[in-house]
Design a binder for this molecule. Structure first.
Ligand SMILES: *Cc1c(COP(=O)(O)O)cnc(C)c1O
Length: 332
């Protein structure tokens, strides 16, 4: 046994442990057949609704598992993150629930409504500098100086195992699943789900979907090593950002367990959001809609049997959402 073999470091057992750990705290989410997408493809297309979580996105799974695995000493010190998006919300929410201090570092460029949003979840906010890098430096400083535990948005075994519980729920609800289509950014979600499903059967087809504007994991897989991407405005804002030069887990997991990669453009993402709202009555953010977008655009090569799209979150600005579903804009 090679203990250093990267993909063997996180196993199905860790995902089952995560399931037990988070079960009292995190909802099992519904799996809904989409009649419209089934008609469109001639196969059975299901939607896994991660939009129903208390924080509006799946990241509550990984964040809760990470926080419940802190040692006593770590719990007494608290956690730190730089995310103001779905991960930040999840960390703040879970920390508050368990009475743990949470600090969110942000730059002065972060809009006031996001600052208020994080405060409303009970986290402390540290505003520092004019860039994400400076906010990250402050988080690193707090980790070293005050012993706050950084909670990584994706490259952490407890986070990956937490997101992987989606895969276990899919196997319970739909053991005959043939294909899963997953929004892909840092790869904690895709890595966790693909690990669960491929451990159950290597025949289950795993497809990761990113936006054309800055698909960090897909470019890294193609390059054979983590590469930086230019951050660009996109409707799939929750899929932005790099995978980290020092990526330890998700890059190998994704390379090992993901069969295919797809890219969608901005108008395809808008179409995915519109379709989910009009045909399935689901409010989904851009990053959550890329899987459906790829199906509608015909990018998935011969989908067969039971196909599942993970609808990862619902946190979208309502004015922007209205413009998109009314067809007024396909741009950010
Ligand atoms: C974070 C996020 C993703 C991507 O998850 P990764 O683990 O970073 O790949 C997808 N959808 C939404 C809504 C997210 O917040």
């Amino acid at each position: 046994m090679d203990a250093e073999k990267p993909v063997s470091r996180i196993t199905l057992r860790d995902v089952y442990k995560a399931q037990q750990t988070i079960r009292p705290w995190v909802k099992c989410t519904p799996l809904k057949l989409s009649p419209s997408l089934s008609d469109l493809t001639g196969e059975s297309v299901y939607l896994k609704l991660e939009t129903v979580h208390d924080t509006g996105a799946f990241k509550i799974r990984g964040a809760t598992n990470r926080i419940l695995n802190l040692t006593e000493l770590e719990r007494s010190r608290g956690v730190v993150t730089v995310s103001t998006g779905n991960h930040g919300r999840a960390v703040a929410f879970a920390a508050k629930r368990f009475g743990i201090r949470a600090v969110v570092c942000m730059s002065e460029l972060v809009p006031q409504n996001k600052v208020e949003g994080v405060k409303a979840l009970g986290a402390e906010v540290r505003i520092i500098g004019m860039s994400q890098d400076e906010a990250q430096a402050e988080a690193d400083r707090l980790a070293t100086k005050e012993g706050l535990v950084p909670v990584h948005p994706f490259d952490d075994p407890h986070v990956i195992a937490g997101q992987g519980t989606i895969g276990l729920e899919l196997l319970e609800d739909l053991p005959d699943i043939d294909t899963v289509i997953v929004p892909l950014s840092g790869g904690g979600l895709m890595g966790g789900i693909a690990l669960s499903l491929k451990s159950a059967s290597p025949d289950i087809r795993t497809i990761g979907v990113s936006m054309e504007r800055g698909p960090a994991m897909i470019e890294s897989v193609r390059a054979g090593r983590p590469v930086p991407v230019e951050e660009r405005a996109t409707l799939a804002d929750s899929l932005g950002g790099g995978i980290g030069d020092e990526n330890k887990y998700t890059f190998d997991l994704v390379r090992h367990f993901v069969d295919e990669y797809l890219l969608v453009n901005e108008s395809q993402i808008a179409e995915g959001m519109r379709h989910l709202y009009r045909a399935d009555c689901i409010v989904a953010e851009g990053g959550a809609s890329v899987g459906v977008a790829s199906l509608i655009a015909g990018l998935v090569d011969s989908p067969k049997g039971n196909v599942v799209c993970i609808i990862t979150g619902a946190n979208v600005d309502m004015e922007k959402f209205n413009r998109i579903v009314n067809g007024e804009c396909a741009e950010v």
